[in-house]
Write a protein that binds this ligand. Sequence first.
Ligand code: ZN
Ligand code: ZN
Length: 146
Amino acid sequence: MPSEAALTGRCYCGDVRLKLATPPLTTAYCHCSDCKRWTGSPLPAFAAFPRHAVDTSQFPAPGFSTKAGVERWICPRCGSPLAATFDYLPDQIYVPVGILDDAASLSPELHCHADQALPWLCLSDELPRSSSSGRDLLNEAGATDG
Ligand SMILES: [Zn+2]
Ligand SMILES: [Zn+2]
């Protein structure tokens, strides 16, 4: 885990800048079809932060989602995904690792929806794999936050 130093990030165009007040609770891959479509990535990864650590007042309001209980924000100018919240992961907010400046230090600790992994992905890690949302492990990570 990174130190107390604030993490920073930005969208593709730079109009939206992120400054995270705390280190992530955990970082996880998500193989679900929603996250793949939202990010355009075959394997999105997200850093989970306490909800208060991300200032969403800079984001276009409201967020958008095709599913109840989910809110997703994008940059209104360039369309970069910025963050998402999920009702089943209370008090947490998920930021795509790829928009964070220090992504190299944020190695994922879990695969969520591993049963939806693309068949040609070749992954050799031994990380835990959840066939569903991984909410138990993710909520646990939030609960053990310092
Ligand atoms: Zn942008
Ligand atoms: Zn997902």
